[in-house]
Structures are given as structure tokens and as C-alpha cells.
Design a binder for this molecule. Sequence first.
Ligand code: 5GP
Length: 142
Amino acid sequence: MADSIFTRIIRGEIPSHRLYEDDRVFAFLDIGPLSQGHALVVPKEPAETIDKLSDESAAAIGRCLPRLARAILKATGATAFNILQNNGRAAHQAVPHVHFHIIPRFENRPDGAGLEITWRAQKLESAAGADLARKIIANLAG
Ligand code: 5GP
């Protein structure tokens, strides 16, 4: 499989504005920011989607996200932020290498609404919910 563009960024073959690096994680500014400070946090492990990521890389990403989010909030003055993580084309994933977006949000700023969310909630029926929960729990060990 060809190296993803993010693997090439991690290796330094493609330039980026690096924000953080350790032995498992690399973070940098998104080239097409939805708002000021939009950053990407990427495991060095080249998993395509998060369900294929090792526990070790997942833990390393989990440690990095809050710290980087705090730094971005302080540096930009953002009042809120979204963490977005897309898996698969149907979920809007363009780069096939796990990545977390940190997208700062600014109230009352024209550049603060680059991300729009449409949330069409459906109803969870009780019996169907219980059945689905049982099935998911049965698959948690894998
Ligand atoms: P996705 O839709 O896969 O969740 O988002 C991929 C993100 O990667 C996009 O926000 C896009 O702007 C960013 N991106 C794609 N190529 C590059 C690049 O070469 N450099 C940087 N810094 N970001 C990139």
C-alpha cells in the first residue's frame, strides 16, 4: 500500500506547520483550515480508520488531544472547539490515515463557523435499543 500523505508529512517529505511530536503521535496545522488554529492529530501508525488502530497509538492520541486543545484555545482565543474524526468515505474521510481534527470555534466572528453541523436525530425505540446494545456488547472483546 502506498504511503499516505500524512505518513509523508510525518517523515518530513512534505512540509507542515508541526505543533507536537512524540514517538507515536504527530500534530500539525491543517492546510485548509475551517477556522484559525484548525489542527490535525495523527498517529504515526498508518492505520486507515480508527477501528484498525492499536491500543497503544489510541492511548497516545488520547493523551495528546486535551493538551493540544488547551494550547490552541490559549493561542487563538477560541471559546470552544470540535474534535472531529472521520472514518471511511461515507463519513467524509478524504485522507486514508487516522486523524483527529481539532477545530476551534469563535462566537461572533465571521471566520468562526467554518464547520456546520446538521444533526437530524431519530428516535431510539426501547426494544430495538436493547437488542442493538446486546449485539454491540457481544462484539466488544474483538
Ligand atoms: P478528512 O476529510 O479526511 O477528515 O480531512 C483531511 C484533512 O487533511 C483536510 O482538512 C485537509 O485540509 C487536510 N490535508 C490534506 N492534505 C494536507 C496536506 O498536505 N497538509 C496539511 N497540513 N493538511 C492536509
